[in-house]
Design a binder for this molecule. Structure first.
Ligand SMILES: Nc1ncnc2c1ncn2[C@@H]1O[C@H](COP(=O)(O)OP(=O)(O)OP(=O)(O)O)[C@@H](O)[C@H]1O
Length: 694
């Protein structure tokens, strides 16, 4: 029984079963098109009024027909792209200097994936599975690809392609303090075009995807982590798939989606993918290591690879026949996947000094045309022409022009991106109670310690030294406390940002600003807890204006220290480097902070450090705030200790009377803004995924 949706409407009604039912068999019935249900709707199914899930593709298709329009896949109106690749190669340079060599990782592979098919790339470790998957997806961090890849017979356009596909990485890159529903909703809000989908429709899409993936029962559970608990590994994998699926991609790529899962969970993930491929008429391509036989039965085609070359591409059952014809029978009671892998990894050489794999590669190249449905030659020639023109300047302009005619480069406005990301960041930060509480506890403990050591300072020569000591300590404490936790933020989140940016989810400026603002309130509150109380505890000058200035100076330091933390975090490749570089920079700022050495006695080569030392300006401002107008009691001065009755004199003796307090605060703010600006630039640079389409 079919549930046919009215066509050519902005919205269509689909029947969504409340449970993700079992997968269709390998020999599944004729594929339904979108809007048709595979199975009769169960009594508990619900009809949802949804925007056509293929709107995103239609949007891209609609504008793909003209200027260089042959570049856009999907313009034949199909819901899933037919992916064709021919003679694809991939080279990388290894070594350096004299030892520099070129290594060919993919050596001329061809194949075709048709809508509705679930395809697995298999092979031993290092066979080139991930490289082939990445090349088809266009995600190539380095190296030189060549060959032809056509989507629906068209050369792809990089900017559109990255938004038309979903790519599920091997690791589950998710925010652990968000719930499943919030995770998927964030993806929907960022990736579904606001012009087509209202908030309610985006929420409906999320519910639909959760039902398809069978994760509705954990919708409100936090993702969690090994340490904090949370949803299971299989559920996490389904959430990762859901993050891509809510954007309704035309083609879905998955890198080893079953790795790390037990065999029952792996089978359930594959069942879901199989259902998705069939029900939504999409191409789904994945890499897999050692599937069990039941999983193999779900796959429409397998691509067996050895040393960067195909050994077989087609249905698994036919592979057994093909290998049997070549004299390699699969022994009874053997999982065909084990048999394939043993065969292609057999390194024993025969009398011609060739391995079994080498012979199988040769045999495959002789018969591959029989097994791969060719594309129409006229389409192929046309695509080749477009590919050539795309390489020329004129072609590039045509592609760019075609994009400009589209609805826009981003699914939603800058402000929407910013507010979605800000909300996500607040949830991620404030739900981590350990971090929140330990931040306050740290400030409170130091406050107590200072209270014991520096309680109510005297106004004599000993009090001068103690004042200097405590003010310098406050500078160091506040810098370390608010810089160090931040330097690991970007290194820890970089791979998530890379993933999200690779699919064109948001502008870096929105992501950066949302992150910077979300980190500020907690730092502001805990630094206030410290600075408000330390002032009275230590007994600094008891006037409201000076107390207020003390708070302003502290907040300016916190602002600049956080900005510097973000700059360090966005510039270093990993947490370890951040933890080395962060303290190194702060310590050099301390050395040039104005307490240990006078500015003009520093060697010229390093003198510049004092000009960017946050601690120098903060210390200068604190000292002026405290010592200007301070009357000291020299009555107790003991022999040899010079006592200065006037606080301003202390400042001029130590060279801390300039720049003035106001300028010091201003410089701190300017440094903060400059660090933020540089950090945003660095984030943009270090989270850019190289997308190359051939
Ligand atoms: N950018 C690169 N630079 C150098 N070598 C590379 C690069 N990318 C891939 N390789 C090499 O190419 C080969 C194939 O890599 P690929 O990751 O595709 O293998 P795989 O089949 O996915 O292996 P595994 O199952 O172990 O992940 C490996 O030997 C790998 O070291």
């Amino acid at each position: 029984m079919k549930q046919v949706a009215p066509e050519n409407h902005d919205h269509h009604t689909i029947n969504v079963p409340l449970s993700a039912s079992g997968a269709a068999d390998a020999g599944h019935p004729p594929r339904p098109t979108r809007g048709e249900s595979l199975h009769p709707p169960p009594p508990d199914s619900v009809a949802i009024d949804m925007p056509a899930a293929s709107d995103l593709r239609r949007r891209n298709n609609a504008s793909g027909g003209d200027a260089g329009g042959d570049e856009t896949p999907g313009s034949n109106g199909k819901s899933g792209a037919d992916l064709y690749w021919e003679d694809v190669r991939f080279k990388v340079s290894t070594g350096s200097g004299k030892d520099k060599k070129e290594r060919e990782i993919l050596k001329g592979d061809s194949g075709r994936a048709e809508p509705g098919q679930l395809i697995a790339v298999m092979g031993g470790s290092g066979a080139g599975k991930t490289t082939l998957l990445n090349l088809l997806a266009g995600r190539i961090p380095q190296g030189e690809p060549s060959g032809i890849v056509l989507a629906d017979g068209k050369v792809r356009d990089k900017r559109r392609w990255k938004k038309l596909i979903g790519y599920v990485q091997q690791e589950d890159l998710l925010y652990e303090n968000l719930t499943v529903r919030e995770t998927l909703m964030t993806s929907a809000q960022l990736r579904l075009p606001s012009a087509k989908y209202s908030q309610a429709q985006k929420a409906e899409r999320v519910e639909e995807v959760m039902r398809q993936l069978g994760i509705s029962h954990v919708a409100d559970s936090r993702i969690g982590s090994g340490a904090t608990g949370g949803i299971s590994g299989g559920e996490k994998k389904r959430v990762s798939i859901g993050v891509e699926l809510v954007a309704d991609p035309m083609t879905l790529f998955l890198d080893e989606p079953t790795t790390g899962l037990d065999s029952a969970t792996s089978l359930s993930v594959i069942n879901i993918l199989k259902d998705l491929a069939v029900e939504t008429n999409r191409v789904i391509i994945l890499t897999i290591h050692m599937p069990r036989e039941t999983i193999l039965g779900k796959l429409d085609k397998v691509a067996l690879m050895s040393k960067g070359q195909m050994v077989w591409f087609g249905p698994s059952k036919k592979a057994l026949e093909h290998f049997a014809r070549l004299g390699h029978e699969c022994p009874p009671q053997t999982n065909p996947a084990d048999f394939y892998l043993d065969l292609i990894q057999d390194n024993e050489k025969d009398k011609d000094s060739r391995t079994v794999a080498e012979k199988l590669i040769e045999e495959w190249s002789a018969v591959e045309k029989e097994y791969t449905t060719p594309i129409d030659e006229e389409t192929r020639q046309q695509a080749l022409k477009t590919q050539d023109s795309k390489k020329s300047k004129k072609g590039r302009q045509e592609v760019a022009g075609a994009w400009e005619d589209d609805e826009g480069r981003w699914a939603t406005s800058w402000f929407s991106e910013f507010s979605v990301l800000l909300k996500r960041n607040f949830k991620q930060t404030f739900r981590n109670k350990t971090i929140v509480i330990s931040g306050f506890m740290q400030q409170f403990t130091i406050l107590l310690l200072l209270g014991f050591v520096f309680f109510r300072l005297s106004a004599d020569s000993a009090g001068v030294q103690s004042r200097q000591g405590i003010l310098f300590f406050v500078c160091i404490n506040q810098t370390f406390s608010f810089l160090m936790p931040i330097i690991t933020v970007f290194p820890l989140e970089r791979r998530i940002i890379l993933r999200e940016r690779a699919s064109g989810s948001y502008r870096t400026s929105a992501a950066y600003l949302a992150k910077a603002i979300s980190l500020w309130p907690l730092a502001c509150l805990s630094s206030l807890l410290f600075s408000i109380n330390v002032y009275w505890l230590v007994g600094l000058q008891p006037t409201f204006v000076k107390w207020l200035l003390f708070q302003i100076i502290t907040q300016s330091l916190v602002f600049a220290a956080q900005a510097l933390g973000m700059l360090i975090g966005s510039s270093v490749p990993n947490v370890q480097m951040a933890q080395i570089v962060g303290p190194l920079i702060v310590v050099s700022f301390v050395i040039f902070g104005g307490n240990f050495t006078a500015g003009n006695s520093i060697t010229v080569v390093l003198r510049w450090i004092q000009w960017i030392s946050l601690i120098r300006y903060t210390y200068g401002a604190y000292m002026q705030n405290e010592f200007n107008g301070l009357q000291l009691n020299c009555g107790n001065a003991t022999g040899g200790v010079r006592c200065t009755p006037n606080g301003s004199e202390v400042l001029s003796l130590q060279g801390l009377d300039s720049p003035s307090l106001g300028i010091c605060i201003l410089i701190l703010l300017v440094l903060g803004v400059a660090f933020h600006f540089l950090a945003a630039m660095m984030l943009r640079k270090t989270t850019r995924m190289r997308i190359v389409v051939i």
